[in-house]
Design a protein. Structure first.
Length: 484
């Protein structure tokens, strides 16, 4: 509305109106008078595919009767299992006994529809069928489907955030109109996960090379890639989504054979937030594998501790430190699992494992009963925390701790809220507006006690140089400012 010639000095609404008038006058656009115009980009969905894989379309073509639906008694139509794929095209077109049938109306010679349905047709409503898969007279049982749906949490890749979500919502609304569901929306929550990506490699001839056939030497700018078999130089390309076309895939069987399924799962969950892409690296997998070994050793050490069966009436400082670390990790992991923040769950478990390792390192030959009980409790909690990510390791560790049950059948442990309250807090200390130190005081310490602790800090003593401070400002539970 400034230096715009015919719009100068107008309000926003006036300017919009003037622009619209001029466009209409020059026949370069128009606006509906009565209502706002909505432009849709939806197109018809051709659901048929000329291929064997897919749900058969229950239609028979008869020269006399035309298009005839397969009778209810003859449903479902199943695919033949003796097809051949030695020639191009749809093998159903070449199958004489399956393709050629009698017409349901006139019993004359007829042909089955050889197109099959897009697989999205099945996957767009299967969640409704799952609510009562045994019903034989209708697609759904209205009572069951209304009790179980909508789906609480939908997790899928980026293609699910567009195509499948769109189709599922369309199907659900159509099924609502036909009386097969009682709702319009199929999913209460959608979470779009990232993809696993990897470097790409190309030979001198421009052919893509699989990571398993590439040898990497050096680090950073000095990284060089060669063919493992011949030593021929290989070009290191960009990091892209794993795909068969660019051969930058990692065979899961190779990873499982070398490291185990738990290690692969742990690395993928720990590397980045689940909505971000995961860059698959050999170094990252090896790091996850080392942590798996560390957990196994730690649980073995805890299993050797002789702990009393009954919970002690009181806990000393050493035992309380372990119990606080365990219940703090339990609270954090419980919260982040509910929010699908699996990488943060892994970080909490790493932190808890470090604290527990320090405690085990300080264990005496015959630890006090309260400390021994706290270690066993912490071991049980640790195993249950990493069980969702590494179920095989967790079951082995659970058995090593002497349990006769499966950890997968155990209830999730309960947090003791009192153990989440810290008796001390650490406050930043600023001198003339700049942070110079930290001070740790009792959580319920008064301002006078906090001020005394701050004035005793070396950084504060040096800044004051023997003088009295002009002012000490204590912001409770937040910060302390010293004006020198």
């Amino acid at each position: 509305m400034i230096n715009s010639r015919f719009l100068d000095g107008m309000s926003i609404e006036q300017a919009k109106e003037e622009v619209a008038k001029r466009l209409e006058k020059e026949t370069r656009g128009n606006r509906p008078v009565a209502q706002r115009q909505i432009n849709y980009r939806l197109r018809d969905w051709g659901i048929s595919r000329q291929r064997y894989w897919g749900c058969p379309i229950p239609i028979v073509h008869c020269d006399k009767c035309g298009v005839v639906g397969v009778p209810q008694a003859d449903l479902p139509v199943t695919l033949p299992e003796d097809v051949t794929f030695d020639k191009p095209g749809n093998p159903l077109d070449r199958h004489p006994t399956w393709k050629n049938v009698k017409c349901p109306k006139c019993s004359g010679a007829a042909r089955r529809e050889t197109d099959t349905m897009d697989t999205f047709v099945d996957s767009s409503w299967y969640f409704a069928r799952f609510t009562d898969p045994w019903i034989a007279t209708a697609p759904t049982d209205l009572k069951c489907v209304n009790e179980w749906l909508p789906v609480d949490q939908y997790i899928g890749g980026i293609e699910h955030a567009i195509l499948h979500l769109l189709y599922s919502r369309f199907f659900t609304r159509a099924m609502h109109k036909t009386g097969h569901t009682g709702m319009d929306e199929p999913f209460a929550g959608l979470f779009t996960q990232g993809m696993v990506v990897h470097e790409t490699y190309r030979s001198k001839t421009g052919d893509w090379v699989e990571p398993a056939n590439v040898k990497i030497d050096g680090l950073g700018e000095a990284r060089r890639a060669t063919l493992a078999a011949t030593g021929e130089a290989v070009e290191i390309g960009g990091i892209e989504k794993m795909s068969k076309s660019k051969k930058n895939t990692i065979d899961p069987d190779d990873i499982i054979a070398a490291y185990g399924a738990d290690t692969a799962r742990w690395f993928m969950l720990s590397d980045s937030p689940p909505e971000r892409d995961v860059i698959w690296t050999e170094e990252g997998v090896q790091g996850a594998w080392r942590f798996v070994q560390r957990l196994w050793r730690m649980i073995g050490e805890i299993a050797d501790v002789k702990a009393p069966a009954a919970r002690p009436a009181k806990f000393g400082d050493q035992a309380l430190t372990v119990r606080k670390a365990a219940h703090r990790a339990l609270a954090n992991v419980s919260d982040d699992i509910a929010k699908l923040r699996f990488n943060r769950c892994v970080a909490h478990i790493y932190e808890f494992a470090n604290a527990l390792s320090d405690a085990i390192g300080a264990t005496e030959a015959a630890p006090a009963p309260d400390f021994a009980w706290a270690l066993r409790e912490a071991g049980d909690i640790l195993v249950r925390l990493f069980h969702p990510m590494m179920p095989h390791l967790a079951e082995e560790c659970w058995a090593a701790l002497g349990h006769q049950t499966l950890v997968s059948a155990e209830a999730w442990p309960q947090v003791e809220p009192d153990l989440l309250v810290e008796n001390t807090i650490t406050l930043p200390v600023q001198i003339n507006g700049k942070k110079r130190a930290d001070v740790t005081v009792a959580r319920d310490a008064g301002n006078a006690d906090i001020e005394a602790a701050v004035l005793a800090l070396d950084a504060v003593i040096r800044a004051l140089d023997g003088k009295r401070p002009k002012k000490v400002i204590v912001v409770p539970q937040r910060i302390v400012n010293v004006v020198a």
